[in-house]
Ligand binder design. Structure first.
Ligand SMILES: [Zn+2]
Length: 512
C-alpha cells in the first residue's frame, strides 16, 4: 500500500472531530441603544444543521452580505485536509451597535456551550470571534469569558482556535486561552473566508502534531481613528505587506496586527501584534517586537483634514466634481457601520439653516418622529421637531416640513420630509444608505442630488463608484467622535492624547 492512499487520521487512528461556531459583535459604548437578541435574530443567526448547510460551498453563511465567511473557510480547510469531521454549533452575528445586554450574552453562551456538550468527544473547536464585543456590566472582555467557559466544557485535551476582526482588542485572557489565533489581514474586510481557512489549516496541523504553536505578543499604548488604517494604502500598506510575508516562512504559523475599534470602554484598549511560530519562542518574540515597532512608527501620520458641517457644505458648493455627480459628506462622528445609532442632527441643523441652493439627501434615526409622522397627511406643511436617537443628546432641530413619501424596507420604516432643497429620510432603525435604493424607495434620485450624507466609511463607495467622486469627512459630535476617544481614561497613558517616548515601558501593564 502506498503512503499516499493512507487516510490522514486524527488521534487513535480515527478522524479528527472539530466543532465550529461564531459569536461576533462589534460594540459602540457611546451608543445609547442596547443590543438585544432581536438584533442577532434579524441579522445573522444559524444553528446546527442550518449552519452546516450554510457553510457548504453552495451555502450562504451571511446571506445578503457575504456568502462565504470564516466558517465556510474553516469547513473548506477541514475538507481539504481530509480525515476531519466537522460539527456545526451555532453562528450569532449582529451588525455593530451598542453594547449587548448581559442576559442576552449569557443566553448566547449557554446555547453554544449546550451544543458543545452535545457534540460528544472532540479534538478541537474553532470559533469566529470579533474581539471588540462589549457586554453591559460584565467588567471583562466577553471573548475571554467565552474562551474560558469553552475550555471548562472541553477539559484539558482538545485544542481551541479562534479568528478575530483586526479591530479586536487583544488581552491576556484571550491569548492564553488559545492554541491558534489568526485575524483578518484586510481593512475594509473582504478576507473573512480566507481567515477561517487559515485558522482551519493551522488547527488541523497542530492537532496532528505537525506544528507546535508558540505564541508571543506585544501591546501598544496606541488608539487611532480609522482614516489611516487601510491595509492597501499608506501608511499601513508597508506594515501589512511585511506582516503577510512572515507567514511564507515555514517557521511562522501566523502573524496578526490588531488596530482596535476605538469606541468600546475597555480600559486596556490598544493596538497589538501577535506572532505564533512552530516551537521557536525566541523567533516569536523577535517578530512580535518588530511588527509592533513597525506599527508604532506610523502613529504620527496626520489624518485627512476634517471639516465642520458649515465648512463641508461650503466646500461642496465649490466642488468641481458636483458637475458630474453628488458630493458625499461622510458623517464621521455618526458611523452606523461602527455601531453609532445614526441619529446625529448636526448636519441637518446646518442644512435647514442654509442649503446653499443645493439638493441634499440625509438620513436620520428618529423613531419617535417617525411614529408621529407615519400616519400624517402627505404634502401638507407641518411644524415638527427633529431630535435624533432617543438618549443621544443631539440638538433639537425645528422644521417646517412636508411629508412627501413613506416606505417599508428590510431596514424598517422610512418617512421622507422635505424642507426646501433638503430631503430628510427619517428611519426607524439606524440608517445605512449604502445602496442608492435607500433613496429611491422614497422617490429620490441620488444621481440628481448635489450632496448625499453617508454614515459609513467605505462600503457605500462600491455602489456609488460611478456616481460620486468627491468625499468630504465632516466632524460634529456623536458615538464615533474621535474627540471622545482621546479624552477618556485608559489603564495607561495612550497615544495620541499622551506623548509617549517608548511603547515598551507600557507594554507589560497593557498585557497584564
Ligand atoms: Zn473590523
Amino acid at each position: 500500500m502506498s503512503l499516499i492512499s493512507l487516510p490522514k487520521l486524527g488521534r487513535g487512528g480515527r478522524p479528527l472531530r472539530i466543532a465550529y461556531g461564531r459569536i461576533f459583535h462589534e460594540a459602540n459604548a457611546y451608543s445609547p441603544l442596547i443590543t438585544g437578541m432581536d438584533a442577532f435574530e434579524n441579522d445573522f443567526l444559524l444553528k446546527g444543521q442550518a449552519l452546516a448547510d450554510a457553510t457548504g460551498i453552495n451555502g450562504s453563511e451571511l446571506p445578503g452580505y457575504m456568502p462565504h465567511a470564516e466558517l465556510t473557510g474553516f469547513v473548506q480547510a477541514a475538507k481539504l485536509a481530509g480525515g476531519v469531521e466537522t460539527v456545526a454549533l451555532a453562528s450569532y452575528l449582529a451588525v455593530p451597535s451598542g453594547p449587548i445586554a448581559r442576559d442576552v450574552f449569557e443566553e448566547i453562551l449557554r446555547d453554544q456551550l449546550e451544543r458543545l456538550r452535545a457534540a460528544g468527544p472532540l479534538d478541537g473547536v474553532y470559533l469566529a470571534l470579533h474581539g471588540s464585543m462589549e457586554v453591559k456590566d460584565l467588567g471583562e472582555a466577553p471573548e475571554a469569558v467565552i474562551l474560558r467557559r469553552v475550555r471548562e466544557v472541553l477539559g484539558e485535551g482538545p485544542m481551541i482556535a479562534a479568528s478575530f476582526d483586526l479591530h479586536g482588542n487583544l488581552s491576556k485572557g484571550i491569548v492564553d486561552a488559545l492554541d491558534i489565533l489568526v485575524a483578518y489581514r484586510t481593512n475594509p474586510h473582504w478576507d473573512l473566508a480566507p481567515t477561517g481557512f487559515r485558522a482551519g489549516t493551522r488547527l488541523v496541523r497542530a492537532l496532528r502534531g505537525e506544528i507546535r504553536p508558540t505564541h508571543a505578543w506585544r501591546k501598544l499604548p496606541l488608539v487611532l481613528g480609522g482614516g489611516n488604517t487601510i491595509d492597501f494604502l499608506a501608511p499601513m500598506r508597508a506594515v501589512f505587506k511585511w506582516m503577510k510575508a512572515l507567514e511564507e516562512d515555514p517557521r511562522v504559523v501566523s502573524a496578526s496586527l490588531f488596530m482596535v475599534h476605538p469606541y468600546t470602554s475597555a480600559e486596556d484598549l490598544g493596538w497589538a501584534a501577535h506572532v505564533c511560530t512552530d516551537g521557536d519562542e525566541a523567533l516569536a518574540h523577535r517578530l512580535a517586537d518588530q511588527l509592533a515597532e513597525k506599527a508604532w512608527e506610523q502613529r504620527d501620520v496626520p489624518l485627512p483634514p476634517m471639516l465642520s458641517p458649515a465648512q463641508a457644505l461650503d466646500q461642496a458648493k465649490q466642488s468641481k466634481w458636483r458637475r458630474v455627480g453628488p458630493v458625499t459628506l461622510v458623517d464621521v462622528d455618526d458611523i452606523v457601520g461602527a455601531g453609532a445609532p445614526g441619529g446625529n442632527t448636526h448636519i441637518v441643523r446646518e442644512l435647514v439653516k442654509d442649503d446653499r441652493g443645493m439638493q441634499c439627501l440625509v438620513a436620520v434615526h428618529d423613531p419617535a418622529l417617525l411614529a408621529e409622522t407615519w400616519d400624517a397627511p402627505l404634502n401638507v406643511e407641518l411644524e415638527l421637531t427633529l431630535r435624533g436617537t432617543p438618549g443621544y443628546n443631539m440638538p433639537a432641530v425645528p422644521l417646517r416640513a412636508k411629508i412627501t413619501a413613506r416606505a417599508t424596507s428590510d431596514m424598517g420604516r422610512k418617512v421622507r420630509l422635505d424642507v426646501n432643497n433638503v430631503h430628510i429620510v427619517l428611519t426607524e432603525k439606524p440608517p445605512l444608505p449604502i445602496h442608492p435604493k435607500f433613496w429611491r424607495d422614497v422617490g429620490l434620485d441620488p444621481r440628481r442630488a448635489a450632496v448625499i450624507v453617508q454614515k459609513n466609511f467605505f462600503h457605500y463607495r462600491i455602489f456609488y463608484a460611478a456616481m460620486s467622486f468627491d468625499h468630504i469627512p465632516v466632524v460634529s459630535d456623536g458615538a464615533t467622535s474621535f474627540g471622545r476617544v482621546k479624552t477618556r481614561a485608559y489603564r495607561t497613558p495612550v497615544h495620541p492624547s499622551a506623548k509617549i517616548a517608548d511603547w515598551r515601558a507600557l507594554d507589560p501593564a497593557l498585557r497584564g
